[in-house]
Design a protein around this ligand. Sequence first.
Ligand code: BYC
Length: 289
Amino acid sequence: MPAGYRKTLIRQIGQHAHSEIVGQLPEGNWITRAPTLERKAILLAKVQDEAGHGLYLYCAAETLGVSRDELTEKLLDGRMKYSSIFNYPTLNWADMGAVGWLVDGAAILNQVPLQRTSFGPYARAMVRVCKEESFHARQGFDVMRKMATGTPAQQKMAQDALNRLWFPALMMFGPSDAESTHSEQSMAWKIKMNSNDELRQKFVDQTVPQIEFLGLELPDAGIKWNEARGSYDYSDPDWSKFFDVIQGNGPCNVDRLAARNKAWKDGAWVRDGLLAHARKKAARKHAAE
Ligand code: BYC
């Protein structure tokens, strides 16, 4: 395997795994405050799914010769990135709808093509991840539908969540193709199957009719159907904000990394205990042979 191919895969799969793990935090924030028992059970299951996605992805990365501890340490000291979207706060219950609908919706568009990526362990992990993400996106849309057709206060919360998360969701696909450093090589290697702008356009085209169905206002005055292109025109996100967020200066970067560092530190005794148990088991097996 060429060194560059391996390095790019470790970067992308590792960052993807970290995103799943850090991505539990904004939604985890609402588990104790879900409005009904049913919504709580659904949200809890979704957040657990994200932990599972992280696990499949770390396992896929391990097949490339990098350990999970090594990847985790690089996340914790800021050497590796995770998706920019998880550096925004979740301020009201409608955000749980908007995250499932927009964030998981964007993730699906990006990940469905990755089921055909050239590296088997990554492609196979994506099959299950995509099935689960489809459920996540639908539950998000369902929360959003309930809020958007609810009381005037609920409708306002739904609109506010859409307005705040729209541009951050567009940024999930990465910088514009002109500024994407890895796209050309990654597409040649089939690590990436589509360019950032292609997937972003697909997301806009898929989501605008859903916004209209919900009866919400469009979050961007620049959204207009373009007959000649057969697609919606839309305004570019403020890319300076995107680069600021991925450099560590988003609204929640410090909190997110602090939460992951605390979890890693607090969980040390569990890891030590499991390793001690595994060593004892192996020694017993060895003695019996
Ligand atoms: N956020 O050359 P480019 C989820 C970085 S989890 C942060 O275009 P590439 C979910 C990029 O790393 C969703 N950084 O990069 C979980 C590079 O910097 P480095 C995560 C970003 O890799 C829980 C630089 O910008 N999905 O769905 O060719 C709950 C130049 O960019 C971002 C994946 O990870 C960003 N948004 O393309 C709910 C999918 N965008 O590394 C949901 C797999 C770019 O040189 N990953 N950067 O320092 C990919 O498909 C690609 O890595 C990306 C970026 C399209 C994200």
